[in-house]
Design a protein around this ligand. Sequence first.
Ligand SMILES: Cc1cc2nc3c(=O)[nH]c(=O)nc-3n(C[C@H](O)[C@H](O)[C@H](O)COP(=O)(O)O)c2cc1C
Length: 368
Amino acid sequence: MPEAIVTDLSPLRLGKHLARLPIIQGGMGIRISAARLAGAVAREGGVGVIASVALGLASPYYKKKSDYFAANKLALRDEIEKAKKAAPGGIIGVNCMVAITDHEAMARTAAESGADVIISGAGLPLNLPAYTKDHPDCALLPIVSTAKAARLICRRWDHVHGRLPDGFVVENPNTAGGHLGAKRIELGNPAYELEQVIPDMAAFLKEDGYDIPVIAAGGIWDRGDIDRMLDAGASGVQMATRFVCTHECDADDNFKQQFLNRGPRDVVIVDSPAGLPGRAIATEFVHRLDAGGDVEMQCFANCLRKCLCRDEKETFCIAFALDRAQRGDTDHGLFFTGSNLYRSEAIVSVREVLEALCGTHKPASALA
Ligand SMILES: Cc1cc2nc3c(=O)[nH]c(=O)nc-3n(C[C@H](O)[C@H](O)[C@H](O)COP(=O)(O)O)c2cc1C
């Protein structure tokens, strides 16, 4: 194991698990965060998260369309095993989106394969505890964007499943990457800002007598951002875009290159076939989509429960577009990003990122 990063930040408790660094690397599908990235983050003391969506597509288990769901399960099992091997004693999580067809199967497979944490959003994970009930040590963290959604989950879980979440990831749809937990017209609403939602969450949790950590996500990039979130009442942060430009990120090098030398105007909102807006880079594919041009519409995976492409012949095939992006194809790929895209400067190691975020040494500018 590498020498532990010395930090002045407090550890993050998630159920039975204690992360030395209060940083969760956000799940990034398809295959942007798999075993390599998650293992590297967990090895350094953070929580490494494998995105489970469509993991099977690039696995040896996927040969034809009908293999899709079985391949996803087998690939997830393999990725968890690889990540755990890379990070003995580290904390490995799995991101299981509610909106995907095999949400239940992915959550069950994650828990059965030894995931320490399941993080679940893109819908309300109301039945998640039922899928993992034989694995009580697996911590469960719903992703929400409002205190109202968190309250609903607490009440339902307590009433139906007799348990509570081990933490909430509170994601700001105004800044986060990927699918967003708000309608397109609601984006930009200051009510979603974390400085507002986190104290709201803390107040309701206290009022209802719940002791549940809140983890802030969306637009968090540097130590100053982390300190602001902790000051607002968060116990930790979830960060995704910052981990794309690392050697260990599981995407093709051309995926990472797309994050360099960009400006804030390169970030756009795309209507996903899931019926949710998504934040992405304005690549060739997005320009063609906006212009009503030719994009892949053939459903080959049946990956979403509700899909505008499959059911209404609208939008585009998201499994194809995200898979192409991971392979570095800017003509056909959809490159999800958070609003901080423009802050990526170079491809560095996960350790360098975590040292910059959590280490006790001050940057040269602060010493002057
Ligand atoms: C490339 C990319 C893919 C993502 N894929 C997923 C996903 O599969 N499931 C999910 O719940 N969130 C996904 N997200 C959201 C992140 O996990 C994270 O919560 C969010 O991006 C945090 O904001 P930040 O990127 O500004 O740090 C994705 C984000 C990015 C940038």
